[in-house]
Design a protein around this ligand. Structure first.
Ligand code: MN
Length: 242
């Protein structure tokens, strides 16, 4: 076993493979019988690979930023932290940042035993229709409520919790939906596993359910919260003794 701490040597991605600025950090190389390599790839805004294909395919795991992936013949799809993309063996595709945001992903690739290299094609956009659709719509949550509920108004609040603040065990008198704008928080429904929410993540706090944690992490957290409520109802949070 070999432990590498915070590999920091990044090198510019090969100019023949990428348009714009991108950097590679090699995290693991093939060794012994293993033919797996893992790289961290960081794309500056506007940078992307050329069209290319890998003999045995590739797995991409987005760790930071926002970007696109597209297979030949398909639409460009928005990808964001936590998303995993499996590219099939021999499938023409590209990946990279949006024009306005950087993208970092892990790239995991099994190299073929016969040494067949990745095949490079045209730069994205050369002789292609516009690679990136003007509008993308991604379903991030389709939450069913435990029972039908009368709603006649929805309050939307922007809530900021200071770094390290832990509001503690609480319940809401109605369902709450939210999406993280900046920062991060640990979220936990009592008795269920905790999760870490980061920008773009959505969450649902069921009505009258004990929420054990909504703890702002080091940089604090800001989120939009949506409170559907019935006639005459005022959304309210009740703190409980844990
Ligand atoms: Mn690829």
């Amino acid at each position: 076993m070999q432990v590498r701490h915070v590999p920091s040597t990044s090198t510019p991605a090969p100019a023949e493979a990428v348009t714009g600025s991108a950097w590679l950090t090699s995290l693991a190389e093939p060794e012994g019988p293993s033919r797996t390599r893992v790289d961290r790839v960081h794309f500056a805004p506007g940078a992307r690979t050329r069209w290319h294909r890998h003999p045995l395919g590739q797995v991409l795991i987005v760790t930071e930023g926002t970007g696109y992936v597209q297979r030949r013949g398909g639409p460009a799809q928005l990808i964001r932290p936590g998303d995993t993309v499996r590219v099939a063996a021999g499938e023409w595709h590209w990946h990279g940042a949006t024009d306005t945001t950087p993208l970092t992903h892990l790239a995991i690739e099994e190299l073929p035993a016969d040494g067949t290299p990745t095949e490079l094609g045209d730069a994205v956009g050369e002789g292609e229709p516009a690679a990136v659709p003007a509008v993308t719509r991604t379903l991030v949550l389709d939450q069913h409520l435990p029972a039908p509920r009368v709603i006649d108004h929805v309050e939307v609040r922007r809530i900021t919790i200071a770094p390290g603040e832990h509001p503690g065990l609480h319940v809401h008198n109605g369902p709450v939906f939210g999406s993280i704008e900046t920062g991060s928080a640990v979220y936990q429904v009592e008795g269920e596993p905790e999760s870490v929410l980061t920008p773009g993540d959505v969450f649902y706090e069921p009505e009258s359910t004990r929420i054990a944690r909504f703890d702002a992490l080091g940089e604090g957290v800001t989120f939009l919260a949506y409170f559907p409520a019935g006639p005459g109802e005022t959304p309210a949070l009740t703190l409980l003794d844990s």
